[in-house]
Design a protein around this ligand. Structure first.
Ligand code: NAD
Length: 495
């Protein structure tokens, strides 16, 4: 038992053991709000990864996890309790390694995701995994046919750094509930959020050894090796579209199944009958601020009616100006830092190139002074057309671009003129009109008049370059199930 050990947990979780990486190797975990080293995490080698995959394979093939649904339900409930009891530790970790403000931790970063294990325990508890098709006349005579849904097998869960606890749990809760075994490989920037899950599983659940494993490391090759491993049955990946392509290519060599949650460049559509553009854009601006623009589903293209363009710009600039940027552990902070110096430079590059292409900074457009971390000011760019880089590519920083539209059809055309298809929102004084427009935008999720779709039971995922498959909800469980069909001879066809 390790219940008395300090937090954060820095050890790998492999084959049921919390243990250092081979040779005791560690790497630095940097606090983005201070640009200083907050501590270390285990720096796994290829051998550590191999041990984790071997443990997951053997737990799936030889253990009772896949077949014992009651055990799974009980263990997921134990995990849910442990997570609830450690919300303070998980919040500390998220503030420190993500730079997430406390308010974001109380919502999308930590509090909401902690509900996922209970949700999937309940779902699995009440789900039938077999379907009786009945007796039918077949090519071989009468047969009694049925279908069973069974776990896919060993899951490689590869996750990004922006909302780590949410994404880690949105993968491991349904995967474990389905009866799969898991190797979780988080982003190098956010190891502690994942290692915490290993610790809680080790200390507070009866999840058998090898069913859940966590491998952290600084080497980008770790993820690639995991995807290429023929012992893996499903790669469940969340990250950038560019990496997603590489994952799919590598998985193709073994024909390993892939489930991809990738980038987005979603539109917030303000129709011309909206009375108050500021009120209609609260979700777009404050949602962006909560994660410093580092969210795949954020609506970062603001489509405004051309004849009310200047009014919309004023309203949006007013909202941006009240976003409190500061240290994430200060209660008044709405927006924290970007994850890294590299990300800060990347955002600066996007803004500079936008200016070079004719865009105009309405507010922001620079680093925040007086703070040591990787802070960038909330930025509004006007004069953007949908063919410019800032409108087509995911900036992953606190930058909103304003694009004029000429009515509902034009707004839909602009929204759909994107390689991505993850999310979006529409606001109108007429809800039926907003709903009709929302239906025409080709994305996985849409908000109508400010409605919030985020929740354990709501499937989330993308079309086009935003990926394939759905996370959360019962669709999120289906991703981890394989369908098998059976038939046995029957005496006669029932009427
Ligand atoms: P990233 O693609 O750089 O990395 C994601 C994960 O993949 C990390 O764990 C990384 O170590 C690993 N990785 C890197 N190269 C790999 C390879 N060749 N094979 C296998 N794994 C590899 O993304 P990031 O910078 O960590 O996160 C930001 C991106 O994630 C953004 O594009 C964002 O839109 C996307 N994202 C998508 C969703 C969604 O649900 N659609 C949610 C959050 C973030």
């Amino acid at each position: 038992m390790t219940k008395g050990d300090p937090w954060p947990e820095t050890r790998l979780f492999v084959g049921g053991d919390l243990r250092p990486a081979a040779g005791g190797r560690t790497y630095d975990n940097v606090n983005p709000a201070t640009a200083t080293v907050a501590g270390v995490a285990a720096d796994a080698s290829a051998d550590d990864l191999d041990s984790a995959v071997r443990a997951a394979r053997s737990a799936f093939d030889a253990g009772n996890w896949a077949s014992d649904r009651d055990l799974r339900v009980r263990c997921l409930r134990q995990l849910a309790t442990a997570l609830g009891d450690h919300e303070a530790q998980l919040t500390d970790i998220t503030v420190t390694e993500v730079g997430a403000p406390l308010g974001a931790c109380a919502a999308v970063q930590v509090a909401e995701p902690l509900k996922l294990p209970s949700y999937y325990a309940d779902l699995v508890d009440r789900t039938r995994f077999d379907t009786q098709l009945g007796v039918a006349e077949t090519l071989g005579g009468p047969a009694d046919r049925w279908v069973e849904r069974v776990p896919v097998g060993v899951v490689a869960a590869i996750t990004p750094w922006n909302v780590p606890t949410q994404i880690n749990l949105a993968k491991i809760a349904p995967a474990l509930a389905a009866g799969c075994t898991v190797v979780l490989k988080p982003a190098p920037e956010t190891p502690w959020s994942a290692l915490a899950l290993g610790r809680l599983v080790a200390d507070h659940t009866d999840i058998p050894a090898g069913v859940f494993n966590v491998v952290t490391g600084s080497d980008p090759q770790l993820g690639a090796s995991l995807v290429a491993d023929p012992r893996v049955d499903l790669v469940s990946f969340t990250g950038s579209t560019e990496t997603g392509r590489r994952v799919m290519e590598a998985a193709a060599a073994n024909l390993t199944r892939v489930f991809l949650e990738l980038g987005g460049k979603s539109a917030h559509i303000l129709l011309d009958d909206v009375e108050d553009f500021a009120a209609a854009s609260l979700g777009a601006v404050f949602g962006m601020a909560m994660v410093a623009g580092q969210g795949c589903a954020l609506t970062t293209r603001i489509l405004v009616p051309r004849h009310r363009h200047d009014e919309a710009i004023d309203a949006l600039a007013g909202l941006m100006s009240v976003v409190a940027v500061g240290p994430p552990d200060e209660p008044g902070t709405l927006m924290g830092p970007l994850i890294s110096a590299r990300q800060l430079e990347r955002v600066e590059g996007f803004v500079q190139r936008s200016l070079d292409q004719g865009a105009r900074v309405v507010c922001g457009g620079e680093r925040v002074t007086g703070l040591d971390g990787f802070f960038y000011a909330p930025t509004l760019l006007a004069g953007v057309t949908n063919d410019m880089e800032a409108a087509r590519e995911e900036i992953f920083g606190p930058v909103l671009v304003v694009i004029a539209h000429d009515g509902d059809d034009d707004a839909v055309a602009i929204a759909n003129d994107s390689p991505y298809g993850l999310s979006g929102s529409v606001v109108s004084a007429d809800e039926a009109r907003a709903t009709a427009v929302a239906r025409r935008v080709r994305t996985g999720t849409m908000s109508v008049n400010g409605g919030v779709w985020f929740g354990c039971d709501v499937p989330f995922g993308g079309m086009g370059a935003s990926g394939m498959g759905r996370e959360m909800g019962s669709a999120g469980l289906d991703e981890y199930l394989e369908i098998r069909s059976f038939a046995r001879p029957a005496p006669e066809v029932s009427s």
